[in-house]
Design a protein around this ligand. Structure first.
Ligand SMILES: Nc1ncnc2c1ncn2[C@@H]1O[C@H](COP(=O)(O)OP(=O)(O)OP(=O)(O)O)[C@@H](O)[C@H]1O
Ligand SMILES: [Mg+2]
Length: 482
């Protein structure tokens, strides 16, 4: 493709290249650069792409897009922000796939994976069209699942996934949009048909600094959407509504003023049930995932379908058939007189939500087993400890993904949160052994909550991923193997 097409609508400051130059690929990681590529030098957190221009040229790059002019003989284009540039040239190079799909974006601290999984199921059920998915657990293109690298990947990968979806015949796509992605232009230039805001709570302050900045980051999504919906019960709903540059609808489980309201809510260990009240009427909603947050995830999914112009009544009916989401309030079959439940909660509000839900419908004790991730926001560690103690009858403190941090040091930062309470606890650093201990000491009617790993089937220690699937550990303990 000619450089002039790749730079369509891209604002450049300094052009030292022939616009007729032929470009055969885009790369921003010199290890992946191929002959004929346009290499985009991006300033990262760990490394700066400008340092790898020479490497990229060695690998055959024929042109560089940069913020600072590098020492090189090959043609260069300078622009203010190459993260924006990377998104724009990737989209142009792939024929702007986002414009060939109806895309739903979901943002919020918690509920993105659950809600996007539900929205995809509902779109396919109601329209019969294929819907792609980009998320934390998996990416789905034309019905084929591939493992995901992060909640919202780099723009070059997002554009490639959208392109593959179009090629595979998808008419719709739904994606989790993290606050990092919005700040780092990973979804730059994507015209979302509908955007949904779930909630905001303590997380990522290592990146955003304050909750206000974190909220502002999320609100960016509503500046590139055609329709938006907001959880009116959330403290930061007004930030989203004020920043929006599109028509906005609201949903609530409390406020009758909202456009979509959950009434007559019923909870059980197996799920939730409520009446959805909207300008389309009253519709009964049933969902097979327990918890108060599941009412909100159902409302956010229904609001997305409504913004796509699909009837709430049909969406509500289809929701009842949706299976649960892997690693989200997932009950592991044990055949014993106690329950083992796996949940991805690894943030204070998510842990509070899942434990308060379990507390509401548990017969026996609530036994919580959890840890905190290494090389991540440390402020939440004692908070998680305090929440686990508040909602549990017994707590087992263990490792999550320690990464490069000392596992016992992480546990040391969690314990102050437990020390203030009367809830008994035990420290077992090795996670499989902690799970075995919890099961061997279970009492009839207990619910053992394995929190934090969710769908993950590995443990990150140092820079390596070691296989660890909690479902397998539970089975091995039951079989007397572990
Ligand atoms: N709407 C919600 N509000 C609060 N907590 C929720 C909500 N939905 C799910 N949770 C809890 O948070 C956990 C994570 O949910 P989910 O994976 O859907 O969130 P996410 O936004 O995708 O998280 P991440 O940012 O890690 O991708 C669940 O396992 C559940 O405990
Ligand atoms: Mg997610």
């Amino acid at each position: 493709m000619k450089l002039k097409e790749i730079l369509r609508d891209v604002e450049v400051l300094d052009l030292q290249a022939d616009m007729e130059l032929e470009i055969s690929g885009i790369s921003c990681d010199s290890r992946k650069t191929k002959p004929g590529d346009l290499f985009v030098a991006v300033k990262g957190f760990e490394s700066d792409g400008h340092k790898f221009v020479a490497k990229a040229v060695e690998k055959g790059a024929v042109c560089v897009l940069c913020e600072d002019m590098p020492e090189t003989d090959i043609p260069c284009i300078r622009m203010a922000n190459t993260r924006v540039g990377l998104a724009a040239v990737s989209a142009n190079f792939l024929g702007r796939p986002a414009e060939k799909l109806k895309i739903v974006g979901v943002t919020g601290t918690s509920g993105k994976t659950t809600t996007t999984t539900l929205i995809r199921e509902l779109i396919e059920k109601l329209t019969g069209e294929m819907c792609g998915l980009i998320g934390t657990n998996v990416n789905i293109v034309g019905g084929v699942e591939t493992e995901a690298s992060r909640t919202t990947p780099e723009s070059i990968e997002v554009q490639q996934l959208l392109y593959d979806m179009v090629e595979a015949g998808c008419k719709y796509a739904v994606m989790e949009v993290s606050s990092h992605a919005l700040c780092l232009s990973r979804v730059y230039g994507i015209p979302f048909e509908a955007a949904v805001y779930t909630n905001l709570s303590l997380d990522h302050l290592d990146f955003h600094g304050t909750m206000e900045e974190y909220a502002k980051a999320k609100a960016l999504l509503f500046r590139q959407a055609r329709h938006g919906s907001v959880n009116l019960d959330d403290e930061y709903a007004s930030v989203m509504l004020e920043a929006a540059e599109c028509p906005m609808m609201t949903y609530s489980a409390r406020d009758n003023e909202a456009d979509l309201v959950a009434k007559d809510i019923r909870f059980s260990a197996g799920g939730v049930r409520f009446i959805a009240v909207s300008d389309e009427g009253l519709d009964t909603v049933k969902m097979r995932i327990p918890g108060r947050f599941s009412v909100y995830n159902a409302l956010s999914a229904l609001s997305a379908l409504k913004m796509l112009g699909l009837p709430v009544a049909d969406a509500a009916k289809a929701l009842a058939e949706c299976p649960g989401v892997k690693g989200r309030a997932e009950v592991v079959p044990t055949g014993t007189d106690y329950t083992v439940l796996i949940d991805y909660a690894h943030k204070p509000d998510a842990l509070e939500n899942i434990l308060s839900t379990i507390r509401e419908c548990a017969e026996g004790r609530v036994v919580t087993l959890f840890g905190c991730g290494g090389d991540r926001d440390r402020t939440k560690r004692p908070v998680m400890g305090e929440i686990a103690a508040r909602y549990s009858d017994f707590v087992v403190v263990t490792s999550d993904n320690p990464r490069t941090e000392d596992p016992m040091a992480i546990i040391g930062e969690i314990l102050p949160g437990l020390k203030g309470s009367k809830t008994p606890y035990k420290v077992i650093e090795n996670r499989p052994q902690a799970i075995r201990w919890a099961m061997e000491n279970a009492q009839p009617g207990d619910t053992i909550v394995l929190a934090g790993k969710g769908q993950e089937t590995y443990q990150e220690i140092g820079h390596e991923k070691f296989h660890l699937d909690e479902r397998e550990v539970v089975r091995d303990v039951l079989a007397g193997k572990a």
